[in-house]
Write a protein that binds this ligand. Sequence first.
Ligand SMILES: [Zn+2]
Length: 241
Amino acid sequence: MDQSAKKRPRHLFAKILLLLFLFVGIAGGSWFGLIPQRFIPLSAISLDERPSLLVDPRLSALRFDPALCRTVLKEPFIDASPIPDRLTDNNCGWVNAVKFTHTGGAKIGVEPLTCEMAAALTLWVQHEVQPLAREMFGQEVVRLGDMGTYDCRNIVGNPFWKGVRSQHAAANAIDISGFTLADGRSISVLRDWKSKGPEATFLREVHRRSCRYFRVALGPEFNASHANHFHFDRGLMWTCR
Ligand SMILES: [Zn+2]
């Protein structure tokens, strides 16, 4: 019998295994923000267009790259300015974070929020929230209701994660309580989520559209702790509810 015929399946198996390891390595590296932009086969994420491909790895590439952040986070989309890194010895603090007063045409006072999250938030407001507000209400959102970003604490409201640091402890999360339209009308997660009007449709749709930018997007359907806000973060978990 031809000996090479016996070897061929083994070589094929080894090649498949190698490709699998490579794929898992790249996916894992990207998940932790360790794949630099130069190794991603697409241009850096840009705030002026709605990204369609490889959104998550292109956002992750910002995590440890302040220089890339400075080129991506720009006016007129966001007035971000970098703030110094701060890490505390109780597992809190932040790296590569920014502060800003507007994003996607809406006012908000934020300090600090990681660069990666600031980019995700801006993409969501600019390319999902504002187009839907124009379509449904004929006007833009001028203010976002902000319930905070940084908080040195553990995850609350879920006994399973008791003792685990929240992404808020790394300034890698933001809580949004609602929206104010140009005519002064407010849309509140607490008041309007369960209503029957267009405000509820708007809230449910912007929440659904947030899933492509944030790894974790939680709303009132998740648990009672989120009855009055959306929680968005780009930590290591992945859920949209
Ligand atoms: Zn939160």
